[in-house]
Design a protein around this ligand. Structure first.
Ligand code: ZN
Length: 262
């Protein structure tokens, strides 16, 4: 059974790798809030709490993105960690692990129920996500932060250097950026063009709004319609396209329209 599942996953991955473009999903927590969940943004487990408390909603969110056209679903485990679940759900170590596994089961069930042949990607947030202080957006958990410089990752590494080291692995199918403001996407893509990447190039920006601790999401300077940006990104090498925070199924549907046209 396990090996059947593995063969099936490999088949789907090979299919995606062979496509000209791949449509990803958007912000899971964003969609959870839209369909009625409250207090997610202030929760130390963020959307991951719902794996235990409201799995039906997790599945509904996956379905909404599938129906918008997403070909890859990120599991609702961005802020999931064994320690986080032990501390904030009061479960033991084994239950915490099994809840993280359950995030994959829910995404697969959403595919089955909608009849969509999507790939399920295990979502693992950066270390800053576990701290629940927004530091994954700023890199404030790292010491050598150099945010002012263009095309530099949150921990101070040049984006192109990070990409160059990651693509060397045979295990990596695609590489790119996640949850950065749309206004930075073109510069970041241009900064890796000289690498002539032979792998998928991921663009998964947020809406351009900014998350501020204790205030939540506030309008940022760079909010744009993401659907309208797709061609600009594709022209600069993007091939796997979706969104992150504050990007809804409607936005994904608009991106699909653009990609179908291209
Ligand atoms: Zn995000």
């Amino acid at each position: 059974m396990a090996s059947d599942t593995k063969t099936e996953s490999n088949r789907k991955l090979q299919r995606l790798v062979g496509q000209k473009y791949v449509l990803l999903d958007g912000g899971s927590a964003t969609e959870m809030v839209r369909i009625g969940c409250k207090n997610i943004d202030n929760d130390p487990l963020w959307s991951a709490r719902l794996l235990k408390t409201n799995p039906e909603t997790v599945m509904q969110v996956h379905k909404n993105f599938l129906l918008a056209g997403s070909e890859v679903l990120d599991t609702a485990s961005y802020q999931a960690s064994v320690q986080g679940f032990v501390d904030h759900l009061g479960v033991d170590h084994d239950t915490a692990l099994s809840l993280i596994g359950q995030s994959v089961v829910l995404a697969r069930e959403a595919c089955t129920e909608t009849g969509c042949d999507a790939v399920v990607a295990g979502c693992v947030g950066p270390y800053g996500a576990v701290l629940h202080d927004g530091s994954e957006y700023t890199g404030a958990y790292a010491e050598k932060i150099t945010r002012e410089e263009a095309c530099v990752t949150c921990d101070g590494e040049r984006f192109s250097d990070a990409v160059r080291s990651v693509v060397q692995s045979d295990q990596v199918l695609a590489v790119g950026l996640n949850c950065t403001a749309p206004e930075h996407v073109c510069d970041l893509l241009e900064s890796v063009q000289h690498l002539q990447l032979q792998k998928g190039v991921v663009v998964k920006p947020n809406s351009g709004e900014q998350w501020v601790r204790d205030e939540g999401w506030i309008p940022g300077s760079g909010c744009v319609s993401l659907g309208n940006q797709v061609k600009t990104w594709v022209d600069r090498g993007a091939t796997w396209i979706g969104g992150c925070c504050r990007v809804y199924p409607d936005d994904i549907a608009k991106m699909k329209k653009e990609l179908d046209r291209l």
